[in-house]
Ligand binder design. Structure first.
Ligand code: SF4
Length: 198
């Protein structure tokens, strides 16, 4: 069976949903490519810059980035080398292990991120116009699919509430013990700055 076989796709709602999600993933690729070209960078280089800006230092090592983006360490190291040559990032050596370093954006790198990270805007605008109840259903489904794909090890790194040491759940009610916060469906995070592995 193939979701790309039009007869099988069009005769089955599951296949149409998967094909639709694949089409949406293409949208992100296209939008990102357009921004990357404007700055003579590759999509992964832009993605690294955006990630580095919004995550704490211990999540900007080559090992962490390799897991985050499902790439090898040499591939990440090569991308980092180019970003450093372009003066978009700086490396900070770990004093306890001089082979390891964390990465910070330079002022120019920060400016590039400001000019590129809005590549998702066309989709944000469509979602913003949707009905609130529809958005909640969509969010519950998306966060659920991400959780399942993580369990299947298709998505490796997940800083989501469900994998977090501060998360607890009683009678279907979720709670964050760090932020002392009841977590309704819309509060569940898929990338939390305070996340710690359970
Ligand atoms: S710290 Fe963040 S990821 Fe962890 S349970 Fe609280 S909100 Fe969720």
């Amino acid at each position: 069976m193939s979701v790309f076989n039009l007869n099988e796709q069009n005769a089955n709602l599951d296949n149409k949903i998967v094909a639709g999600l694949e089409r949406l993933s293409q949208v992100f690729r296209i939008l990102l490519w357009e921004k990357a070209k404007e700055h003579s960078l590759s999509p992964i280089q832009i993605q690294l810059l955006i990630f580095i800006r919004h995550h704490r230092a211990d999540r900007t090592t080559v090992s962490y980035l390799a897991k985050e983006f499902n790439l090898t360490k040499p591939t990440i190291s090569d991308a980092i080398k180019i970003l450093e040559q372009k003066k978009l990032i700086e490396k900070f050596t770990d004093h306890s292990d001089t082979r390891s370093y964390t990465i910070q954006l330079t002022e120019t790198g920060d400016k590039v991120v400001s000019e590129t990270e809005n590549f998702t805007n066309p989709l944000t605008e469509i979602i913003a116009r949707s009905d609130q109840d529809d958005k909640l259903v969509l969010w519950e489904n998306i966060s659920g699919y991400i959780r399942l794909l993580n369990k299947l090890e298709v998505i490796s790194v997940q800083r989501t509430c469900f994998n977090c040491r501060y998360f607890s759940s009683h009678n279907g009610k979720h709670f964050c013990n760090l932020l002392n916060l009841k977590l309704s469906s819309e509060d569940i995070r898929i990338d939390c700055g305070e996340f710690e592995n359970a």
